[in-house]
Design a protein around this ligand. Structure first.
Ligand code: QUE
Length: 350
């Protein structure tokens, strides 16, 4: 019996092509997939035959749902070694794509969440389609918006990145363009033709994208941008909740209902992560911070409970601990963000 690799890495013409190939799990990333992609990117870095790197996925459903959450939770419930190994490997890959000297193009044709965002966002050309659904949904499972969320989300205008992190809101292509999550919009029916044209002439990628550019429609976030800017501006989460309560609009009420279902620990971690990420000068500095958080959070009660409630048993009724925002103290957060021992700290690929 032959088993297909979880990610296909090959050279087509002058393009290094990486196709996620774990369709039964919506291409959720495993440590093995991250290693395969890293090895290919390192081999192509100095290969003059490779001009462009292309990321896409096999089959019809979504680009990438995130990470192998069940494995992470099982590991986290034990010694956490495999979970830390996954984050270490995944963040090195995120950082490698970020500083890669050759152009990268990604097709976010469908679900692009969590770990998928970590692959897509550092690409130079980021193509959305009418099937694109973007989110950082980790607050719903007691994880945190990693893979560079501290860097990218904190650099979005009007606190929209914080809103995405706290609520896990799902957004479509036009919003992705507004937030520069996507650089281009192409109707999914035209992707086969566009990909073939790029594979035949990678040096024409930018012109081809202009030629194939479609209309993503109106961004829905625009309607709420002023409200997000005003209501998600406070320095503290308690302040943000108070602002939403005081606003008294339907939209603010909906946001409060959503936040009431999310992990208080994750929400406070996310706020501090974005504050620190905004101040990072190098992307790798942000990733080292996120690795510290990940190493702790993966063994926390909330992550184990969140995966149980949302992914495994699907009762969608997680019991968070600490149960309220007030109970998540600054000293609890200090422990999550504190440096690891020097052997354990994250470092970029040499
Ligand atoms: C938060 C997450 C993930 C999630 C749901 C969340 C995540 C992830 C998946 C997922 C979805 C479908 C699959 C699969 C995994 O869901 O990271 O294998 O088939 O991978 O609320 O972070």
């Amino acid at each position: 019996m032959t088993t297909e690799p979880e990610v296909l890495c090959r050279i087509e013409g002058r393009v290094g092509r990486i196709t996620l190939n774990r369709p039964q799990a919506l291409h959720a990333l495993t440590t093995n997939m991250c290693r395969l992609m890293t090895d290919a990117l390192l081999a192509w870095r100095d290969d003059p035959g490779v001009e462009l790197v292309m990321f896409d996925h096999s089959g019809e459903r979504g680009f990438c749902a995130g990470g192998d959450i069940r494995m992470l939770a099982e590991s986290g419930a034990g010694d956490g070694r495999l979970a830390r190994e996954f984050f270490f490997t995944e963040y090195r890959l995120n950082d490698l794509i970020f500083r890669y000297a050759k152009p990268r193009i990604v097709f976010m044709d469908g679900i692009t969440m969590g770990g998928g965002v970590g692959l897509a966002r550092p690409c130079r050309f980021r193509v959305a389609t009418e099937r694109t659904t973007f989110a950082m949904p980790e607050s719903g499972i007691g994880l945190f918006p990693d893979v560079g969320g501290g860097w990218y989300l904190s650099r979005m205008p009007d606190h929209i990145g914080l809103w995405l992190a706290l609520t896990g809101a799902r957004i479509k292509a036009a919003d992705c363009e507004l937030l520069q999550i996507a650089t281009d919009y192409v109707d999914s029916s035209r992707l086969p033709e566009l990909k073939a044209a790029i594979l035949a002439a990678p040096q024409r990628t930018e012109a081809l994208l202009t030629e194939f550019e479609g209309d993503a429609g109106r961004p829905t976030i625009a309607q709420h941008q002023d409200e997000i800017a005003r209501l998600f501006a406070d320095e503290s989460l308690e302040g943000i909740v108070a602002a939403l309560l005081a606003a008294g609009t339907d939209w603010a009420g909906e946001q409060l209902k959503i936040l009431a279902t999310k992990s208080p620990q994750t929400m406070k971690v996310s706020l501090r992560q974005l504050k620190l990420g905004a101040r990072c000068v190098a992307f790798a500095e942000n990733m080292a911070m996120e690795y510290r958080i990940g190493a702790r959070i993966v063994q926390s009660a909330d992550f184990i409970e969140g995966v149980r409630a949302v992914i495994v048993e699907k009762d969608n009724a997680p019991k968070w601990s600490p149960a309220t925002l007030e109970q998540v103290t600054e000293s609890h957060l200090d422990a999550i963000f504190s440096p690891l021992s020097s052997e354990e700290e994250w470092s970029p690929l040499p």
